[in-house]
Design a protein around this ligand. Structure first.
Ligand SMILES: [Zn+2]
Length: 235
């Protein structure tokens, strides 16, 4: 078994792992995802503001609903009268009767419109505010869609990169003896930040501590060339 060669493979494995971690982090903390979260938050806030404004104008909306209902009823009445007036066999009194009905309903419709205008005018400020919020929402929607699409493309790209690295990693690990695999997993689960690095003169390449020559000797003699301070493998 060519041990030094395998130990330096730990650095490659670590690099791949770091790259994978970086990519996973990018998925949740990248610029695009942060931008999307910001926009979603804004969307929520505006939706909430509309809700609050509408609640404050509950009386207005109830009155408006009543007027809208009246308007619809009268418009239906009007069209049914107009249908009746199409009949060519109507006698003079029927014709007069329907025309009278028609003008009565037209007056009612006009009254409803006047009432609606008055109601809207009395609630102008609130309505302007709601409209402002709704315009903000409308302009936010296409941005949200655009950023979502961007993020999907970005994530797809990241995912394919991750799986490429995962493949590389499993190829590399398959060449590792079991005890090295175990060592790597063990150090990783212990939270050792830099698992393997080249030594820098007498300095540990993992944690940067300067090692005495006797410490260095014992590192060289240890089974996996581990630093006594950080447990990192020195190559
Ligand atoms: Zn160290």
């Amino acid at each position: 078994m060519n041990e030094p060669f395998l130990l330096s493979n730990l650095i490659d494995l670590q690099d791949i792992d770091n790259e994978i971690t970086k990519l996973i982090k990018k998925k949740s903390e990248g610029d695009t995802v942060l931008e999307l979260k910001k926009l979603e938050q804004k969307y929520k806030e505006i939706t909430k503001a509309i809700e609050i404004s509408k609640e404050a104008m509950e009386d207005y909306f109830n009155e408006k609903k009543d007027f809208d209902k009246k308007l619809l009823e009268n418009e239906n009445k009007l069209s049914s009268i107009e249908m009746k007036l199409q009949d060519t066999k109507l006698n003079a009194s029927e014709l007069q009767n329907y025309n009278l009905q028609k003008s009565n309903v037209q007056v009612l419709i006009e009254d409803v419109f006047k009432s609606l205008d008055l109601l809207n005018n009395n609630n102008k400020d609130g309505l302007i505010e709601i409209e402002k919020f709704q315009n903000e929402l409308s302009s936010l929607k296409p941005k949200l869609v655009e950023i979502s699409k961007m993020l999907q493309i970005e994530w797809k790209d990241i995912d394919s990169n991750i799986s490429k690295h995962e493949q590389e990693k499993s190829n590399l690990i398959s060449s590792f003896p079991d005890e090295i695999k175990f060592l790597y997993d063990e150090l990783k689960s212990q939270g050792v930040e830099i698992i393997a690095a080249y030594k820098n003169d007498s300095q540990c390449g993992c944690c940067g501590v300067s090692l005495t020559s006797s410490e260095m000797d014992s590192v060289q003699e240890s089974k996996f060339q581990q630093c006594p301070y950080c447990q990192g493998v020195l190559i």
